[in-house]
Design a protein around this ligand. Sequence first.
Ligand SMILES: *Cc1c(COP(=O)(O)O)cnc(C)c1O
Length: 363
Amino acid sequence: MNTDDEDLAQQFASDNYAGICPDAWTAMQTANRGHASAYGDDLWTARAANAFRELFETSCELFFVFNGTAANSLALAALCQSYHSVICCDSSHVETDECGAPEFFSNGSKLLVAQGVDGKLTPDSIHELATKRQDIHYPKPRVVTITEPTETGRVYTVDEVQAISAACKAHGLSLHMDGARFANACASLGCSPADLSWKSGVDVLCFGGTKNGMAVGEAVIFFDPQLAVDFDYRCKQAGQLASKMRFLAAPWVGMLESGSWLSNAVHANRCAAYFADRVAAIPNVTVVSPVDANTVFLSADDDILERLRTRGWKFYTFIGGAARFMFAWDSDLKRVDALLADLEECASAEAAHTLPGAADLKH
Ligand SMILES: *Cc1c(COP(=O)(O)O)cnc(C)c1O
């Protein structure tokens, strides 16, 4: 087996580079003792669903699927007919990163894209798209989807979600929340999951487990049981019904019952804040937008970023050209310090313009 250090060193390109957190892992191990009924008809699945009901302080319908693309696109399909449309932000994952799955699984419901500010929809942008056309030739707006936190690392406040929900109600639209990092939003706001979801008018929430510390799995939560009718069939048809469902459910039990769903997110957010605070003191590098959760976007000259890459650091620049750094449940501050030290060297004017980088000197 190749266990080269290079493969093991922490990177901050995405929070899904991290492994499985101890509570999720232990629960999987416990679930691995003996046999259990298949297809969700087991005690782990029931226990995970109940843990969600307790966490959200309400009776909701729970479904466990493999990934976020499936969670979002199947949830949206459940809220739409094929002739309906879904209002989303231009930077949203459903628009930019799901390969057309929302349209595919809804048999053609069109995404209506609003230009976002900080990756957010506003009540005005919803109003504008919902009233743009009323005629039979245009796909009828039926759903609004928002991402919490946004793809640009910002968090909608409870007030903002409520204002969006009010706009949805005014236009007869359902409200879906892509919560791939919902835990980070709760940690950021210090609010309860209930306050940030159904109590603020969210009808369906996709709660991300993978980036929160699980190996795989997202929960689709319907706060209105009417909307969940036949959703189990939809999951099965889409290839999202796990036969050994207990292994999608058990990690949730481990993380919800222990509270690590939240402590993981608190840690990730703190590491992002720590990183951003120290970057502020580095010349020639700018933190692009306020750090609400576990994402930091940096702007720097291409040659500085290239040097950082040469030193072995991985990061993406696909959102607006800024370099994105994300922190996870296991982010190690020593490793964050190492990144900061390299960034500082790469960014100092001298290093950037006259001296070769450390990597160039090695051999
Ligand atoms: C990661 C992510 C998802 C889920 O993506 P999958 O790769 O399909 O699991 C959904 N929405 C957002 C905003 C994400 O960042």
